[in-house]
Design a binder for this molecule. Sequence first.
Ligand code: ACO
Length: 161
Amino acid sequence: MGTELKYVIREAREEDLDEVININMISLKEHYPRSFWEDHLRTWNKAFLVAEASSRIVGYIMCRIESGFCYLRRGWCRLGHIISIAVHPNFRRKGIGTSLMLEALKRLKEIYNAKEVYLEVRVSNYPAINLYEKLGFKKVKVLRYYYLDGEDAYLMAKELS
Ligand code: ACO
């Protein structure tokens, strides 16, 4: 019987960014300049979280706040936008992605007063779509050719009430 992995979810810090960017590079095709990560860390620091296990970063979630027309409720509202989430390949399927999402959703609602949260995900990304559906996200629409390689995205959203 394996021992349960111990990890903490905490706010990201500047010195975490190298490990965060490394996890992004090996996990996703969507990469960003360092200044993009730094901007999000500075501006929405309470919704940029990392998972830490044995003093190393094993996952992250980066979000921002926008104002716009809500996808699920009527009218304009404050929206949380999940820009990127990834867990290091050696640490997947241990509940870390779920923990990162749950803490980010709580903070988007309670600290940033977001009424709804949304994200884009490749239509082929079954692990992530399963995770989002388990947490109550609904597929709202297909964004055709959303990604640089031509793949479509689902826009998925969830109310935070
Ligand atoms: N196949 C099918 N379902 C999966 C898989 C998989 N390989 N991995 C996770 N899930 C689903 C399952 O429903 C799972 O629940 P279960 O284990 O009880 O069956 C549920 O997600 C929760 O799993 P966690 O262990 O909490 O998730 P994990 O820590 O593995 O992280 C993540 C999930 C973040 C999607 C991870 O697979 C990953 O880093 N993938 C590569 C990066 C990526 O695709 N990120 C999302 C891009 S979209 C965006 O960033 C907005």
